[in-house]
Write a protein that binds this ligand. Structure first.
Ligand code: COA
Length: 163
């Protein structure tokens, strides 16, 4: 059985993440969406909120018979989580050359730490290249409308949080 991990901060989940989740769930028998810890990021949404938004999001895919996705959070190195759970594939979405150069050095480091792990890159959809969680956070901080940037369930959670 081929299991992959799609790790991220997901602060918050965007339609860019949504597309990578759906596309990679079709490539692997099982997809684990893992909320890891990026030590350079100060999150707007708590870990509990991000787990809840991903779980709710993944729940909506059941309508389309996509049922091979699990949501988890983990501490420490992504490769250590892979090793411990016998996961041989990491999925990452890339949008631009900048993403590619940042991601490629992580691949080298990850492989030095855990030889077995293979990173699979999915190119972001062309109309999602300009979307990022930090843009969404910035729009939210300024009371803007993020409905074109985030999935429906995330929009609902954001609106609930505002009240
Ligand atoms: N479409 C649109 N946006 C996309 C995208 C896509 N297909 N793919 C990524 N993004 C954006 C995200 O919105 C996010 O935007 P932001 O930086 O403005 O917030 C950014 O690209 C990447 O964020 P995300 O994918 O959520 O994860 P991350 O880069 O914060 O990485 C971990 C998080 C958990 C994977 C990483 O920090 C990690 O592995 N941590 C554990 C420690 C470790 O192992 N470090 C590596 C050692 S070498």
């Amino acid at each position: 059985m081929k299991t992959a991990l799609y790790p991220g901060t997901f602060d918050p989940v965007t339609i860019g993440h949504q597309s990578i989740i759906i596309r990679s769930s079709e490539l692997f028998d099982k997809l684990i969406v893992g909320i890891g810890n990026n030590s350079n990021k100060q999150c707007m949404f708590t870990l509990e909120e991000r787990i809840e938004m991903l779980k709710k999001e993944v729940e909506t895919y059941k309508e389309y018979q996509i049922e091979n996705i699990e949501v988890v959070s983990y501490e420490g190195l992504t490769v250590d989580f892979c090793k411990k759970n016998e996961i041989d594939y990491i999925v990452r979405g890339v949008r631009t050359n900048t993403d590619w150069s940042a991601e490629s050095s992580i691949v080298y480091a990850n492989n030095m730490l855990y030889e077995r792990v293979e990173t699979v890159f999915l190119l972001a959809d062309i109309d999602e290249i300009g979307i990022s969680s930090s843009i969404v956070r910035d729009i939210l901080r300024n009371n803007g409308d993020v409905s074109k940037f985030v999935p429906r369930v995330v929009l609902d959670m954001v609106q609930q949080k505002k009240k």
